[in-house]
Design a protein around this ligand. Structure first.
Ligand code: SAH
Length: 213
C-alpha cells in the first residue's frame, strides 16, 4: 500500500478543504487519524476514497467529508465532554479525541464494540471510553455532556439525550420520518431553552433502540 499519509493529505485537501471546511483544528484531526486502520483490512486501500465504507454487520463508516462536517458543526473545544452514539469502527470517536475532547461512545452491537475497543487501545486513544448498550438512553452516569453526536438516523430526538445535554450544549443528530434518509438537526440548549436548526440532507444507517426505530 502506498504511503497512507499522502493519501490522507490529499483526502483533506480535495474532499474537505475544497468543500469549505476550513477550521484548522478539524483539518489537523482528519490528518492525524489513520482512517485505513478503521475499515476492514481488505478495504484498507480504499479507506481514503470519497465514500462511506462497510465496517461489518451491515454498518458503515461515513465518508470523510461527512465526518469532518459533523465534527466542525459540533463546535468542539479542548476538554469538552462529548457523547457519541454509534461507535461503529471508532473512527469518529478518534477524530473527536484528536480535537481534545473527553469522549464517551456507545455502540449496541457487541462485535463492533469489541473491535472498536481493541482498535482504539492499539492506537493509544486512551481518552475514549466505550460502552455496549442502547445509546438512545444516553450514558446517564457520565452526563451531562457539552456535546452529543449521534451517528445513526432515528425518527426523533431521543428524550434521554436531550436531558443529558449540558446547558449550554449542542447536539447533532440525523432525524427522518423514513429510514436511510434524514435531515441533520443541530439542537442547541441555552438558558433552559432548546432550539433546533436543519443543516441539510444526510443518509445514515438506522438508530435502533428504545427511542429509535
Ligand atoms: N461513528 C461510526 C459509524 C457509525 S455507523 C464510525 O465512525 O465508524 C452507525 C452505528 O450506530 C452502527 O455501528 C450501529 O450499530 C450503531 N447504532 C445504531 N443504533 C444504536 C443505538 N441505539 N445505540 C448505539 N449504537 C447504535
Amino acid at each position: 500500500m502506498v504511503d497512507p499519509k499522502r493519501k490522507r493529505e490529499r483526502m483533506v485537501r480535495e474532499q474537505i478543504e475544497a468543500r469549505g471546511i476550513t477550521d484548522p483544528r478539524v483539518l489537523a484531526a482528519m490528518r492525524a487519524v489513520p482512517r485505513h486502520r478503521f475499515v476492514q483490512e481488505a478495504l484498507a486501500d480504499h479507506a481514503y476514497e470519497d465514500r462511506p465504507q462497510p465496517i461489518g454487520l451491515g454498518q458503515t463508516i461515513s465518508q470523510p467529508h461527512v465526518v469532518a462536517l459533523m465534527t466542525s458543526e459540533l463546535e468542539v473545544e479542548e476538554g469538552m465532554r462529548v457523547l457519541e452514539i454509534g461507535t461503529g469502527s471508532g473512527y469518529q470517536a478518534a477524530v473527536l479525541a484528536e480535537m481534545g475532547a473527553e469522549v464517551c461512545t456507545v455502540e449496541r452491537l457487541r462485535q463492533l464494540y469489541m473491535d472498536a475497543r481493541k482498535r482504539l487501545q492499539d492506537l493509544r486513544y486512551f481518552r475514549v471510553r466505550l460502552k455496549l448498550d442502547d445509546g438512545t438512553m444516553g450514558w446517564p452516569s457520565e452526563g451531562p455532556f457539552d456535546r452529543i453526536l449521534v451517528t445513526a438516523g432515528g425518527p426523533e430526538v431521543p428524550e434521554p439525550l436531550l436531558e443529558q445535554l449540558a446547558d449550554p450544549g449542542i447536539m447533532l443528530i440525523p432525524v427522518g420520518s423514513s429510514r436511510r434518509s434524514q435531515t441533520l438537526v443541530k439542537v442547541r440548549k441555552e438558558d433552559g431553552k432548546v432550539r433546533k436548526e436543519n443543516r441539510g440532507a444526510v443518509a445514515f444507517v438506522d438508530l435502533v433502540g428504545e427511542h429509535g426505530w
